[in-house]
Write a protein that binds this ligand. Structure first.
Ligand code: HEC
Ligand code: HEC
Length: 287
């Protein structure tokens, strides 16, 4: 037998052994998915490096706005209190039970500005980190709020627990002694509607958990049957047997579900107007 042939056969045998070992781990249930089980340090470090490089590459063309505006930082503090503290904690505040028991463990972010540039913090907050439990906030925070949280994280290391508590008091006293809520939420003037974007609609479909109940062509999922499958929905004449299938009615169904049908099992998912238009555009193309 010639040397090249031996090498080839050896490689093939090793490959087969690798596939067999992999299959045993997967189908034999050998991999422990418990969140009480830690990664080995080298595996953890490798995953961290891969995550860091991925974020750096994807965020490289983002232009941050000015972040030293005090109002932006205060707004960011309110958003951080409402959306992030449960997992990450804050100066003088422990994270909640969910955050404490996650794997990987969400850190306190006090040193985040030393590890990440503002544009990378923005990317991380907007898109989340898949398979880590870090949620994406693209469909939960406005563009301005995303940057406000970044401005807050950039300031975080300088804040004392007292300053943080002051900035995030739910009831601050307003001009006439009336309580004012330091709020995170839709800007006073909502952004005008853009032309519906079906591609963004596809992202919205899983970010609003629609695919937890519906099997939707083009959206990865576990093929649930809690709601009717949405394959071909664009070609049907009625929505939920009630409304003529037009884009405006689809938006209405998604936003005022219980007004259309008080008895339906479909929950109102808090879909914003723009997101509903984007989702409707995606669904209309399913024929
Ligand atoms: C449900 C829990 C949860 C919530 C809520 C949450 N995060 Fe996270 N976050 C995580 C987890 C888990 C990680 C991954 C930690 C790791 O990989 O080491 C993470 C990682 C991060 C990172 C990268 C940190 C680093 O240096 O590794 C940033 C930045 C971040 N989160 C910001 C935020 C912001 C801002 C919010 C609020 C808008 C938020 N997170 C809300 C769980 C959460
Ligand atoms: C908790 C489960 C659940 C979630 C989450 C959910 N739905 Fe539904 N959906 C249902 C059920 C149940 C129905 C059937 C309602 C009826 O006919 O009264 C339904 C009906 C529909 C219909 C009408 C289907 C038809 O055959 O006419 C559409 C369209 C739809 N849902 C879209 C969505 C979208 C988009 C989302 C995410 C924003 C979503 N659903 C989230 C359960 C869910």
């Amino acid at each position: 037998m010639g040397a090249p042939k031996t090498v080839l056969l050896t490689v093939a045998a090793l490959g087969l052994a690798g596939v067999a070992a992999g299959a045993l781990v997967v189908y034999g249930g050998l991999y422990d998915v418990a969140a009480t089980q830690q990664h080995f340090q080298p595996v953890y470090s490798l995953l961290e490096t891969a995550m860091h490089q991925s974020v750096k590459m994807r965020a490289r063309n983002i232009e941050p706005p000015r972040l030293d505006d005090e109002r932006l930082v205060m707004r960011g503090a309110a958003c951080f209190r409402d959306k992030c503290v449960q997992c990450h904690g804050a100066p003088g505040v422990a994270q909640g039970d969910i955050g404490k028991s996650m794997q990987p463990l969400p850190g306190p972010l006090v040193d985040a500005r030393h590890h990440w540039k503002p544009r990378e913090l923005y990317w991380l907050t907007k898109h989340g980190i898949r398979m880590s439990g870090m949620p994406a906030w693209e469909f939960r925070l406005s563009e301005e709020d995303l940057w406000s949280v970044v401005a807050f994280m950039a300031r975080l290391p300088d804040l004392t627990p007292q300053q943080y508590a002051e900035a995030t008091r739910v009831e601050a006293t307003g001009v006439q002694g009336a309580p004012v809520r330091t709020a995170c939420g839709p800007a006073a003037a909502a952004a005008p509607l853009r032309v519906a974007d079906a591609q963004r609609g596809a992202r919205a479909l899983y970010q609003y958990a629609c695919s937890a109940c519906h099997t939707i062509p083009g959206i990865t999922g576990s093929s649930p049957n809690v709601g009717p499958p949405l394959a071909g929905i664009g070609g049907r004449s009625l929505i939920a047997g009630k409304l003529a299938n037009t884009p405006d009615n689809m938006v209405r169904w998604l936003r005022q579900t219980h007004e259309v049908d008080p008895l339906t099992a479909m929950p109102e998912m808090g879909v914003s107007e723009q997101d509903a238009h984007d989702i409707a555009a995606y669904l209309a193309a399913l024929r």
